[in-house]
Design a protein around this ligand. Structure first.
Ligand code: 0PR
Length: 368
């Protein structure tokens, strides 16, 4: 097959990036290993323990439980699964219970701001829970009053997002954690994208700031690991017990992951990237990315566009559809928010010169 992989030189919409060179090498070395079978592949299993311990350090958790998932979607689905099963054992009302009026009586719910990722829709769908989507405030963060009004004694999980997909916003995590506790629900933080930049900001987002039970934090996004490398963290091992399934054919006795065979390449590359970059390399990258986002925001404001201030390295701006389409035709990979703003994610591969070329194209296309 003679197809060249796509280059990153016009990619401004992705939350994935060019892996760190060490991550690339490690991925190749571990391509044929399967961390889903620890009895057969003990080396990659040890690497996975290292990955979880480093993710814990990044997320403010001393003795973390968790594993390297296929991405944020899997981590979010598993968090909902843990919470649903917790809720069921707390109320002894199984989802498989088909007694009349079971739905009104016992369907657990998950309360999430509208900025939550669509993976929670998949989770709700697969797991048979009700997803209660609550509005965000004027700054695109979870509206606490709305969350307070939506939780009840059937709330299994409250979700907060630390680095939203569309605007890069961080929800008020400690307050959301308190609301979750007030109804005995678990609290999940989706830091799939933000987890590798937030340690260098003043935000209160992690396990040490709030009663967080589980977290999604993805090495294959800002962590600069190869795809697929997501992260699921849990405050205690017992939370993962909710997921454990007996594995009669394997040397190990149980499996907590959603997928069976998994990518050893993802695991090894996550460890290699974190060893190379945590903390100094990530900190420098965050500074560069944030600087680029601020520069782009200023450039767009100077041209008269309405811009959502980039509080993390992600810029959303109200650019006319015709201009957006012309930029796409020039090969720029850009995407739109649900309400139509152009969004640009300042990932590590997005350099200042790329953004300068982008703005030059924007100027050229606008004056036509
Ligand atoms: N949580 C958050 C906050 C995310 O942004 C994403 C992915 C996920 C979870 C899911 O992660 P995985 O894809 O690793 O399972 N975010 C967007 C996505 O769906 C990023 C995105 C959005 C990329 C728009 C391109 C685009 O045009 O991939």
């Amino acid at each position: 097959m003679q197809v060249e992989p796509q280059t990153f030189d016009r990619v401004l919409s992705s939350m994935c990036t060019e892996p760190h060179p060490d991550a690339r090498t490690a991925a190749e070395r571990f391509l044929a290993t399967n961390p889903g079978d620890p009895g057969t592949y003990p080396t990659v299993t040890e690497l996975e323990e290292e990955a979880v311990s480093m993710l814990g350090e990044i997320a403010g958790l001393d003795s973390p439980a968790g594993y390297v998932a296929s991405g944020g979607t899997e981590a979010n689905i598993q968090a909902v699964r843990i919470a649903r099963d917790r809720f069921e054992s707390r109320t002894s009302n199984r989802v498989g219970d088909h007694t009349p009026n079971r739905n009104e009586r016992s369907t657990p719910n998950v309360v999430m701001p509208e900025s939550g990722h669509f993976s929670f829709q998949k989770a709700a769908n697969v797991l048979g829970v009700e997803l209660r989507i609550v509005p965000t405030d004027d700054d695109h963060r979870a509206d606490l009053e709305a969350v307070r009004h939506s939780v009840d004694d059937r709330t299994a999980l409250v979700v907060g997002v630390a680095g939203t997909t569309e605007y890069g916003r961080v929800d008020p995590i400690p307050e959301l954690g308190e609301i979750a506790r007030s109804v005995d629900a678990l609290f999940h933080v989706d830091a799939a994208w933000g987890g590798f930049v937030l340690p260098f900001t003043d935000y209160e987002w992690n396990f040490s700031h709030a009663p967080v039970d589980t977290m999604a934090i993805d090495p294959h996004k800002m962590g600069q690991a190869a795809v697929p490398a997501g992260g699921l963290l849990a405050r205690e091992e017992t939370l993962l017990d909710e997921l454990a399934i007996d594995t009669p054919y394997l040397e190990s006795t149980s499996q907590a992951t959603l997928t069976g065979t998994r990518s050893g390449a993802g695991v090894a590359s996550a460890v290699a990237a974190m060893e190379a970059l945590w903390p100094g390399g990530y900190q420098r990258q965050y500074a560069r990315s944030q600087h680029n986002a601020d520069w782009l925001a200023d450039a767009l404001v100077a041209r008269g566009f309405e811009v959502v201030e980039p509080t993390l390295p992600l810029v959303a701006a109200d650019v006319p559809v015709s201009t957006f389409d012309s930029l796409r035709r020039e090969g720029w990979r850009i995407s739109r928010t649900a309400t139509g703003e152009m969004r640009i994610v300042c990932m590590p591969h997005v350099t200042r010169s790329m953004l300068e070329a982008f703005v030059a194209d924007l100027d050229r296309l606008q004056c036509r």
